[in-house]
Design a protein around this ligand. Structure first.
Ligand SMILES: [Zn+2]
Length: 340
């Protein structure tokens, strides 16, 4: 892998700024999914709100994040509340609601503080359990607004990796494992459930390094998490990763790698699930073989049940190709110092 210079941040921004942003004011999309949550298979409704986007993206952003395309710089708090009202008219009730904003729900620049409170109340009145996402820097100032929903709310944080070099040189996350820990501990002190996202295969890591990084990260975050989502990188439009992908320098992880990470992090306390975006597709995690459908389906079943038997016995002739790929890649890449 190559360690890149301090131009990384600027390059991410330059590439991202080349994509056109939205001028729409409606919510981005809604769909359903299932996963193992709070001890059972949960039917979840997902809502993606359209906001001005992640504040970090206004400075630089993360190397793999392509949510910028859905954002509209002119969206105000009242527009977001209107999206929520429209959504609740269509889907007024349910068990679990996952709210994504392409940024941080708790960022006051993205959703003004008083609107956060109003919107959250509307969600909590309508759904039994609500999941919101945020960067850790916004947790401290919002804790009093969210702690009254303890037991009915989960806060998801996209830490991605606990390796400081991966966070800085590969993802450009602009926060640290320490920042995440502070936020997660504060949430737990207030009885609020924590979800941690782990990214499988950030750029510049070989397949083998990526597996090790995710395994280490999951083991590191287990004490701070109530659920862990393993997200294999999918190549999104207008990202630095897409630039690498188009020039033949990035391949999304194999589904076998997803399975290896899941099996190696088997534990009694915290479920590790993986709802894969673009599974089996070129830009998503894939084996590149006829088994892609079968293997993706097995990971989906596992993620709904936390039952390892769906993935432990999987096999295919292409598993050997994956082993060979990992070995060959390790031999031809040039390790620069102790990256991992
Ligand atoms: Zn296969």
């Amino acid at each position: 892998m190559n360690i890149i210079d301090s131009g990384f941040s600027l390059e991410i921004r330059r590439i991202r700024n080349s994509i056109e942003r939205s001028n729409r004011k409606d919510f981005v999309t809604t769909y359903t999914e299932r996963e193992y949550l709070n001890g059972k298979t949960a039917n979840e409704r997902v809502l993606i709100l359209r906001t001005r986007g992640c504040s970090w993206s206004y400075h630089s952003g993360c190397s793999m994040c392509g949510f910028w395309e859905d954002t509209n710089p002119n969206i105000k708090g009242e527009d977001i509340e209107k999206q929520v009202d429209e959504f609740l008219q269509m889907y007024p009730k349910g068990d679990v609601l996952k709210v994504f904003t392409s940024g941080s729900f708790l960022d006051p620049l993205e959703i003004p503080k008083e609107k956060q409170a109003t919107i959250l109340k509307k969600f909590e009145d309508s759904y039994d359990f609500v999941i919101i996402e945020t960067r850790p820097e916004h947790v401290n100032k919002s804790i009093e607004m969210i702690n009254k929903y303890a037991g009915k709310i989960q806060v998801a944080i996209g830490l991605e990796s606990t390796n400081p070099k991966v966070l800085k040189y590969s993802i450009n996350k602009n926060y640290t494992f320490e920042d995440y820990k502070r936020a997660a501990l504060l949430l737990h002190e207030n009885g609020i459930s924590v979800r941690t996202y782990v990214l499988l295969k950030p750029p510049f890591l070989t397949e083998r390094e990526a597996i090790e990084d995710s395994v280490n990260t999951i083991k590191d975050v287990i004490p701070y998490s109530d659920i862990i989502s393993l997200n294999p990188l999918n190549v999104q439009k207008g990202t630095y990763v897409e630039y690498l992908y188009k020039s033949g320098r990035f391949r999304p992880p194999f589904l076998w790698s997803v399975i290896e990470v899941l099996i190696r992090t088997k534990n009694e306390e915290v479920p590790v699930v993986s709802l894969i975006t673009g599974a089996g597709k070129k830009r998503g995690a894939h084996n590149g073989h006829t088994c892609d459908g079968k293997v993706s389906e097995a990971i989906r079943k596992y993620s709904e049940t936390w039952d390892y038997s769906y993935i432990e016995k999987l096999d295919c002739q292409c598993k050997l190709d994956w082993e060979n790929f990992k070995n060959a890649e390790s031999k031809i890449s040039f390790p620069i110092g102790e990256f991992l």
